[in-house]
Ligand binder design. Sequence first.
Ligand SMILES: Cc1ncc(COP(=O)(O)O)c(C=O)c1O
Length: 365
Amino acid sequence: MSDALNLVLPHLRTPQGYDGVRSLEAMAAEAGIRPENVIRLNGNENSYGPSPKVAEALATFDQYNRYPDPEQKALREALSEYTGAPAEGIVAGNGSDELIDLVIRLFVGPGDRIIEPTPTFGMYRFSARLVNAEVVTVPRYPNFELNVEGIRLALDKRTKIIFLASPNNPTGNMAAESEVRRLLELPAVVVVDEAYYEYCGRTAMPLLAEYPNLIVLRTFSKWAGLAGLRVGLGAMSPDVAGLMMTIKPPYNMNRAAEVAMLASLQDTDLLMERIKPVVEERERMFSLLKAIPGVTPIPSQANFMMVRLPEGRGEEIFYRLARGGVFVRCYADEEMKDCIRVSVGLPWETDGFVKALEEALEAQP
Ligand SMILES: Cc1ncc(COP(=O)(O)O)c(C=O)c1O
């Protein structure tokens, strides 16, 4: 009998998972408080929750015993209406995380490369690692703008994909259309990840008609409050989508996710109305943080913002906040040292976070 561990692919033998958002119960236990008192601002979720139509549709749906449509006909049509992209060019996925994985599986093999302008979302390198690809990082400028020339110089024959989150997670800034166009002129697939599109209203979607190497990703996790049901989509050239449809697991969208997605698309007016208080709350939080000495919030176009803390105190303040039941995100990378990322939630969550931050800053390091 062989030891199964010896059969694991060599590049996957060191455990290196994605540091995902833990459960509310785990956070409450860590802080020693009740779950309802946890201030959970580490996942860029939507504190307003889904449309009320989602619960209603899930409760009355009567086909849970049937597999979902592997061709996603109804979904792709509804998503086409929402995004303006042709239905044949759309693939729905189990969160946009699945689309990132599918894009990589379609284009990237062992030894191939992806480029990511850092700091950025961690799932690009996570999925690249699974296929034993190389991740080439091109640091953003100190103001977090893209180094397009650096990306061009980093590109070689093995480079298959350039990943560009816009607005970028965790920095919150957007790429200019001229920059996206310059990247699209390069000989690689360009994935523009628009997870936070609904908070900024600017999209690369119209460029699909001009550039067959463009893939735009969106998610229902943020604007539609469906993070727990996993609903994402990719829009791309119909040829690429046709092939992606053949490599996805046939029933990748579960029926509850389908039902919730369609119900959300029946209630876009209400969901978009709820974007406004988040944007207002983001600006209120920005002003509150700006007034704190030693703290620098970074302007954001999304439902979160990055915050620079006094030098050398980032990690300590992060743990202090967590012990008090306030959960934000911190980063191990050198370029994000002393920075945290905080999601925009409800006003009481902002107030609780700002108060806890002020107290943590006053405490002795
Ligand atoms: C830039 C970016 N892309 C994709 C995702 C993943 O979204 P989903 O919940 O649809 O998998 C996130 C989630 O935080 C994100 O920040």
